[in-house]
Design a protein around this ligand. Structure first.
Ligand code: 5BU
Length: 275
């Protein structure tokens, strides 16, 4: 199969076996947006204000909940209410990377209670297969009463200069995604990866992993700490289904105007790919 999807979000929503992937595509189609806002602000009020202002234009809000200086019950309740009000999904970019026993405690409970409010989480497969198995188990646990709408993105590549998430690491990311496809909805990567055919796994015709691409910015090529940017158009042409932008939107002079620009450009690039 060709690596990037040429199907519409609507077609993918109706065929996908995974409930969370279906929901992602339904939201994208309904809102005509493939934008994920990386809401990297540091107080609850700023986070909630940003989500309320930009929510109508994004499919997903991506958080780094541990950078908030005042995380509390109010953060969770506020985020969940806004996700319902504006019909977006919440992705906690926690990048779990530890042995299975530890990540289960980090995902469920603890100070941040990520499993209660984050529809989507991500992990690195550096620790090996056990991390994926452990997170899948937690999501499926009997006392997990928050609904079936939970999924994992495997961090298969990174956008920063000199990233070591390449080669055999990326191939193993795809192998584990295929093995745990009930829970793994896709990848954080800079391109579609479904053409990867390894000694451990091969693409199947019905395979449809969702690709999230970070490092999207319309006005900058990178930052002083190694971040490397591309445009919505280039990310989507390489296979991104959802583009993730942070500072390009929330530090713009007019974030509402900026998010609408990313929404428009992201949607036009998607239409060009599926036509
Ligand atoms: P920016 O402000 O658009 O540069 O923010 C990018 C966000 O995406 C930020 O939250 C990073 O932690 C995140 N990110 C990334 O930039 N590159 C990666 O490879 C991955 C995540 Br994975």
């Amino acid at each position: 199969m060709s690596s990037k999807s040429h199907l519409t979000y609507g077609a993918r929503a109706s065929n996908h076996p995974n409930a969370l992937a279906r929901k992602l595509f339904q939201v994208a189609e309904a809102k005509k947006s493939n934008v994920t806002i990386s809401a990297d602000v540091t107080t609850t009020q700023e986070l909630l204000d940003l989500c309320d202002q930009l929510g109508p234009h994004v499919a997903v809000v991506k958080t780094h909940i541990d950078i908030l200086s005042d995380f509390s019950e109010k953060t969770i309740a506020g985020l969940q209410a806004l996700a319902v009000k504006h019909n977006f999904l919440i992705f906690e970019d926690r990048k779990f990377i530890d042995i299975g026993n530890t990540v289960q405690k980090q995902y469920h409970g603890g100070a941040l209670r990520i499993s209660e409010w984050a529809h989507i989480i991500n992990c690195s497969v550096l620790p090996g297969e056990g991390i994926v198995e452990a997170l899948a188990q937690t999501a499926a646990a009997r006392d997990f009463t928050y609904g079936p709408d939970r999924g994992l993105l495997i961090l298969a590549e990174m956008t920063s200069k000199g990233s070591l998430a390449t080669g055999p690491y990326t191939v193993s990311s795809v192998d584990y995604a295929r093995k745990y496809k009930e829970f793994v909805v896709g990848f954080v990567s800079t391109r579609a990866l479904s053409e990867i055919d390894s000694s451990a796994s091969s693409p199947s015709p019905e395979e449809d992993f969702v690709v999230f691409t970070t490092g999207v910015n319309l006005s900058s090529k990178g930052d002083k700490l190694g971040q490397q940017y591309q445009t919505p158009q280039s990310a989507i042409a390489r296979g991104a289904d959802f583009i993730i932008a942070g500072r390009g939107i929330y530090t713009a002079p007019d974030p509402l105007d900026a998010v609408q620009r990313y929404q428009r450009e992201g949607w036009e690039a998607y239409l060009a790919r599926v036509q």
